[in-house]
Design a protein around this ligand. Structure first.
Ligand code: TXA
Ligand code: MG
Length: 341
């Protein structure tokens, strides 16, 4: 078993991470969305170690993180005008673009596809590690495959202790859900995974419609192929079984009150609602405020496990703007169990 070091952010720990990147040792680090596990995008053997550490299916490709525009041109075979517009508007930040891949990217990163996902993170630690090593890094979220993504170093440690050598502790991630993934390989861009950068944000910059993959809010049909391989796997699932209850707080209260006093049954609700609910509660942000919900969601899912929740009734978020990203994650955490009140 590997010994896992958990280090604060210092020049020394950043130097160590940059050295790991150059020599092909995987490690975890903070980004503004969620924590990631990094390996050089040019080192196929190191990238294989990421898949091993996470228990991730081999056919699910990784996102490559850059910190200057030259790196974009090294990794992508072609960068359309629309892609450039989005890069100028949203980078550095929580947007990943799927582009035609160059030969230089390790095959393991792209999992057999002819495309590569690229993003320029705004987190200073991620940027420093890339610039110091001179290497763009491939990085998935730093959770065990299937678990909620980690938004702080302790949550990474919980999943990855003994599986990698180093975790850089940069505190809490600001955004809390993973980047928006938009495919730029056809004329009409398609959002494959919603995030903090919304459909409206993208359309505003491009001045044209952006499509939403239907897999965002629906279960894939039997035998249907996913545009984004990640969409076909079980995701974000805590140990507890979750059911989303869509409707007013009043109806929610009425529905859950029949479980009062039963052990292991919890509410996942919005801040300020706890006092009026008859069950133990964990909150995730404020009602109607997608950004605060995104910030808290994954931590709250892990918190429910820590509290020993067996069954959870969740207040349903809205489905537009940033809330779409929240609903997309919560739906998967709930294995698509939704009750309309
Ligand atoms: O915010 C984020 O994006 C975080 C941080 C660490 O940057 N990373 C992250 O990576 O969420 P991961 O591996 O957990 O999710 C990547 C998603 C998966 O759903 C994957 O299938 C999709 O992006 N993806 C990656 N490359 C792709 C490609 N070439 N075509 C289609 N989908 C792709
Ligand atoms: Mg992930």
């Amino acid at each position: 078993m590997i010994e896992t070091k958990l280090l604060p952010i210092t020049q020394e720990s950043i130097d160590l991470a940059a050295e790991y990147l150059r020599k092909g040792t995987i490690f975890a680090l903070p980004t503004e969305t969620v924590y990631g596990i990094a390996a050089s995008a040019y080192n196929g053997e190191a990238v294989k170690d990421i898949f091993r550490a996470k228990g991730r299916p081999q056919d699910n490709p990784l996102i490559v993180h850059i910190a200057k525009m030259d790196m974009l041109y090294d990794l992508a075979r072609e960068v359309s005008e629309d892609a450039l517009k989005l890069a100028k508007a949203f980078w550095p930040g929580p947007l990943t673009m799927i582009l035609p891949r160059s030969e230089k990217v390790a095959d393991e990163v792209c999992a057999g596809l002819d495309t590569v996902g690229i993003r320029w993170p705004s987190h200073p630690v991620a940027q420093k590690v890339i610039l110091e090593s001179g290497l763009p890094f491939a990085a998935p979220s730093a959770n065990l495959s299937g678990s909620p993504s980690p938004t702080n170093a302790q949550d990474v440690y919980q999943d990855m202790n003994g599986r990698l050598a180093l975790i850089l502790d940069g505190g809490e991630s600001d955004v809390g859900v993973e980047s928006t993934v938009v495919s730029m390989v056809e004329d009409t861009p398609v959002i494959l995974r919603p995030g903090y950068v919304t459909k409206e944000d993208l359309e505003g910059v491009l001045g044209k419609p952006v499509a939403l993959s239907h897999a965002i809010l629906e279960k894939l049909g039997e035998g249907e192929t996913a545009r984004s391989p990640g969409m076909k796997y079980k995701h974000y699932a805590p140990k507890a079984q979750i059911t989303i209850l869509q409707g007013s707080l009043e109806k929610f209260r009425e529905y859950v009150s029949k479980f009062e006093g039963q052990p292991g049954i919890f509410c996942l609700c919005f801040e300020g609602e706890e006092a009026s609910l008859p069950l133990p509660c964990v909150t995730y942000g404020r009602e109607g405020d997608g950004a605060s919900q995104a910030h808290d969601l994954f931590r709250s899912l892990r918190h429910l496990d820590e509290e020993g929740a067996v069954k959870v009734y969740a207040r349903g978020p809205k489905q537009d703007g940033v809330s779409m990203a929240v609903y997309n994650r919560l739906l998967r955490a709930a294995a698509f169990q939704v009750v309309e009140l």
